[in-house]
Design a protein around this ligand. Structure first.
Ligand code: HEC
Ligand code: HEC
Length: 361
């Protein structure tokens, strides 16, 4: 095989959807993509780089079949596909359009490929390696099960035609062969590998947590530490947002009324109005909060909790709010401390640069 055209292609920035690609991508390649200067193999592709390590502060990876399918080759393909608008029916929408890498792979309420707005806000994709249920209502037990329906629903095309379209491009064909299986299976495996390796850890708080656990007599705690103490005691937050993942992986009712959405009630009739507890790692990076996306800032989210128990909505719908969420009364100073702590759970690291996508044939 003539390797020259591919090398040129990898070295040249090629236009793709929704990102500024004026910078020289080869000077700062996406960490999941091989160095374009590395030798190419017989299939014309450079070797896939190793999987990213789990950052400090997070538990060890669980031993699940989904995670054993995460290989360097699957991640290298997934890193292209996540940004690939050709995966969508109209050729305009990519996973990254909604799950914006610059916002912890989350977003506001977005329109799907059919032009209609989603019922719920685009959730974050970080730390899903530990998740045991997917979507706000947890109706899928594995990311592999949810992806075919999600690609169809959000991007407008079933996996089969979308994968067949991409297989016309030799570079994708080579990637598919490396991942193995029929093209739709390779696409699913690759997207799952990308999703399951988005980590949020090693936050400023992780570096201080060990010392903060030990109260120092006579020393007034700084706002972050005071916020942590509120979070784990009076504020009751840790009942559901349990460290170190800052989610219990469960479903709870916190009284977000308004839009008709039964949430977990779709799976379990006793859990109407409950939603999956989102991790609060990186919550400060999200452009919209709660499944409704109706809250823009951490301060407003904390105000919501601080006023929930005394609110008129709570008085009317007591049976629709978990006690731990409603019990909290917070002063203005305490709210500020909680926000300072929540900020210290975000790394503020820049999003990885988007990859150079193979051009359409
Ligand atoms: C048009 C916007 C949009 C696009 C495009 C989109 N998603 Fe989503 N995604 C959402 C929304 C909204 C949800 C929540 C759906 C729900 O709870 O019912 C979601 C949920 C998810 C979840 C579950 C997260 C969790 O916490 O359980 C994963 C994983 C995911 N998307 C991955 C992807 C991948 C991979 C792609 C590309 C193939 C993609 N998404 C494309 C909007 C989008
Ligand atoms: C009873 C369980 C529970 C308690 C207690 C709780 N939360 Fe939550 N939290 C949730 C659930 C469930 C959601 C998502 C609900 C939704 O979107 O409707 C959520 C969402 C959030 C969000 C938005 C995150 C996102 O990505 O949308 C923030 C911020 C938050 N909680 C902070 C806190 C703080 C701070 C406290 C303590 C004052 C707290 N929570 C107490 C269960 C709880």
């Amino acid at each position: 095989m003539n390797k020259l055209p591919l090398v040129l292609l990898l070295l040249s920035g090629c236009p793709h959807h929704g990102h500024d690609d004026k910078k020289d991508a080869t000077a700062n390649p996406h960490p999941a993509l091989a160095d374009a200067r590395a030798p190419v193999a017989d299939d014309g592709l450079p070797p896939a780089p190793p999987l990213p390590p789990v950052p400090a502060g997070l538990p060890p990876l669980p031993d699940t079949p989904a995670l054993s399918a995460v290989t360097p080759d699957a991640l290298a393909l997934g890193t292209l596909l996540f940004y690939e608008p050709r995966l969508s029916a109209g050729g305009k929408l990519a996973c990254a359009t909604c799950h914006d890498p610059a916002h912890g792979y989350s977003g506001a309420v977005a329109n799907a490929a059919d032009g209609k707005p989603n019922l719920r806000r685009t959730p974050t994709l970080v730390n899903l390696a530990w998740a045991t249920a997917f979507n706000w209502d947890g109706r899928y037990a594995a990311v592999d099960d949810m992806l075919p329906a999600h690609v169809h629903g959000q991007l407008g095309d079933a996996l089969e035609p979308a994968a067949a379209r991409l297989a016309e491009t030799p570079i994708y064909k080579a990637h598919f062969a490396r991942v193995g299986g029929a093209p739709p299976d390779a696409v699913r495996t690759a997207l799952a590998a990308f999703v399951l390796t988005r980590y949020a850890g090693d936050a400023p708080w992780d570096r201080r947590e060990a010392s903060a656990r030990v109260p120092r007599p006579g020393v007034t705690p700084d706002p972050e530490t005071a916020g942590y103490l509120l979070f784990t005691t009076k504020g009751q937050c840790a009942v559901c947002h349990t460290p170190p993942l800052y989610t219990d992986g469960g479903f709870h009712r916190i009284g977000k009324f308004g839009v008709p959405d039964e949430g977990r009630g779709r799976v379990d009739p006793n859990a109407k109005g409950a939603f999956k507890t989102p991790t609060l790692r990186g919550a400060g990076d999200r452009p919209a909060l709660f499944h409704t996306g109706d809250t823009a800032t951490l301060a407003a989210a904390v105000d919501f909790y601080g006023e929930l128990g005394a609110s008129e909505a709570h008085a009317r719908h007591k049976d629709l709010v978990d006690d731990a969420a409603a019990a909290v009364q917070l002063s203005a100073a305490e709210r500020g401390q909680l926000v300072a702590f929540l900020r210290a759970l975000s790394t503020a690291a820049a999003a990885p640069p988007p990859p150079n996508l193979p051009p359409a044939p």
